[in-house]
Design a protein around this ligand. Sequence first.
Ligand code: HPA
Length: 235
Amino acid sequence: MSVHISAKKGEIADVVLQPGDPLRAKFMADNYLSDVKMVSQTRNVFYYTGLYKGREITVGASGMGAPSIGIYSYELFTEYDVETIVRIGTCGAYSTESKLFDLINVEHAASESTYAKYAWGMEEELLSHEGNIYNLINETAAETGRAIKAGNIHTSDVFYRKTPGTPAIAEKYNCLAVEMEAFALFANAKYLGKNAATLLTVSDIIPTREEISADQREKMLRDMIELALEAVIKL
Ligand code: HPA
């Protein structure tokens, strides 16, 4: 047991797929894993461990924002000996060059967040994915005929803001899109010597306010989940 996860030691696999939403974790467990066991439901943040093509995998939510993923990923890495976390999420594209449903494998996350500085003394505002899982995702996408963009994204602490447009940090690092978690996940992985990747689907185009509908979400989710699962079984 850790402070926020009630699984026993040994009940969490060495690789965790981490959507933001607990119900997405349930969807993944129900649709993709066999021999599934729910191993934590503290705060209704469900964690499930099961098998995908014979490999043990845990799926469980991060919640929203750097503080939340910071807590869950830290406890998974340090209390459950997790080696690899793949965040599976959605993002808002900053430009109309991106299209709804585009898949992004995050190379670097840029952020104004103070998370990495105050947690680990890291002064950088740009943090990289960690380990080989990023490459495995790119390779798996190529093998399975999925188009994927590798690039930088902005991890923001802010969803609603006064001034529209692309924030300065996102311009500075050529960020394709914005989400709210990758930077903290990468900071924890870097500090702890672990592996982390973030796979995102574009769910809205910020300049035009286009967004995918609720029923389109399931299909996009399936594509991203299947890519992540096929990549992690190579670990
Ligand atoms: N901002 C932050 N996170 C997001 C967005 C957004 O517009 N869309 C999906 N995740």
